[in-house]
Design a protein. Sequence first.
Length: 217
Amino acid sequence: MILGDVITEARKLLQDTNPSATLQRFSDATLLGFANQTLQRMAVIRPDLFAYIGEIPCTAGEVLQSAPSDSIRIMEIFRVKNGRSVRETNREILDQTYPAWGDDLAGPCSSWMRHPRNQNKFFIYPKAPVGQILIGEYSQTPPTYTENQTVALLADAYFTCVLDGTMFLAESIDNEHVTSQRAQLFQQAFIQAMESNFQSRLVTDTEASAMDKREFS
């Protein structure tokens, strides 16, 4: 997916296809800005759509760690780079069963725990040795794309969602009543697509998704 294609389709829907740029209602730069804003909105609503697996350097001597600066939220920690796998555990249980866990000597990470109030921070056990790097998955903030750059991580199937979001923003800046109704229609289409795709994940992306539902009744 490239945003230049989104701009082309948006112009058709906006009836703004005059070949002379000076006679167009919206410049390419304006529509490109709307498309990039749409990607940002999608990342907030559905951070899983921008899931990225990569390296997460640790702060030596600490149990509290941070996701990379381009992260929206930490999703999973898989393993130590070139080392052992890491298992997620519950910090409250660890606090109750072993209150001094944070004082243990540094060593290769064996467990990680989510921060209850900060989605970009997490705890590890034991504290990190110098140079430790974790392999994890986090939702990556979309960069600002040019017209011809390929949108990373997002599948081509979401082209219409990006188009609907771009159209909503374009129509929203016009105060005419008819245009405001069109803006609302595109907004509804955008939100419904995001919600329906999330509901389908509950059916297709769980371990029990292929099992006979009568077993759970």
